[in-house]
Ligand binder design. Sequence first.
Ligand code: NAP
Length: 352
Amino acid sequence: MSDFDKIPVAILGATGTVGQRFVQQLANHPWFIVVALCGSDRSTGKSYAEACDWRLDGDIPEYAAEMVIRPLSPDVPARIVFSALPFEAARMIEPLFAEAGHAVCTNASAFRQVENVPLLIPEVNADHLALIDNQRDQYGWAGCIVASPNCTTTGVAMPLKALDAAFGLRTVVSVSMQAISGAGYPGISSMDIHDNVLPYIRGEEEKLEPETRLLLGIMDGRERIPHSLALSAHCNRVPVIDGHTSCVSVRLDSSPSPEEAAKVLADFRGCEIVRGLPSAPERPIVVRTEEDRPQPRLDRNAEGGMAVSIGRVRECNVFDLRFVSLVHNTMRGAASGSILNAELLVRAGRLN
Ligand code: NAP
């Protein structure tokens, strides 16, 4: 596809940790072309290179460096808008873009648990896109809001979906070790995180539990019925740059052997409609068999940062099974996950 035929997209909060990932991952995207980078009053009017403290490997992509940051106003010439805004700004601004006809693919938590907003991991619950019809009926929007889950939720919900479909899921206990980049830039002070573990991340456990129930929920007509599973989450911040690790124990309706469960996880391909999309990984879940994997440094970039890596699938002395899960928080857990959501919107004919 020539650039001329590509779908124009914009990035809100383009200078931040997730915004930079969007800028990086959308360079040379086969379907999308970035036509606008938007930021706060602090950045508006500056070139992207000037406004942004670039923190990713390599240089700022050539297309973006000299683009002038626009205000967060819905008159951008884009059909899809990727949002990497903080909660409060997202809450105020995203509906204005949806009202103006844009498909807003957001990473912010502002609308994730709102009844008519699809909370999406395309391989897990692509059918929840039907909620967009409710948004349009209720608010009269020409556009829509589609949310990506919390980054830790993504790494836990993907394997849980595979296990639920095969064995029925009842109870989950999950303990995270979350990377520093999950707190944005400049984020946590080095004095706080170096040589340390922070056993509290504000609001995180409150997101993981209900978001997982929504993601694993089913559609009944145009109504989303959350999964009834019981989930207890502990969330911790650790001195890792990128990649959230979670140790997960599950109680199931049946009691598969670890080998059976590992095979189900490795064979998981997810919803049919996602296959072959430009950002869809061949294997959404990569199962490691080494006794000491997955590790953030070694495994966060599996399948271009789009796979959840699972290891140490073994029996649990209290529940049925336990395993370790790893997700790249700014790739699959944020920007690249949202780009996949947008590709799904295109394939499903959901763009205005
Ligand atoms: P960040 O590094 O702090 O970046 C925040 C961005 O928002 C900056 O580009 C900043 O733009 C802009 N911004 C800040 N205050 C603003 C305001 N009052 N009005 C408008 N724009 C404002 O944060 P982040 O880690 O990228 O997170 C962005 C969103 O993604 C958050 O909602 C977060 O919860 C979510 N998320 C983050 C991760 C992750 O791993 N980091 C994963 C999943 C979801 P200027 O430079 O122009 O001021």
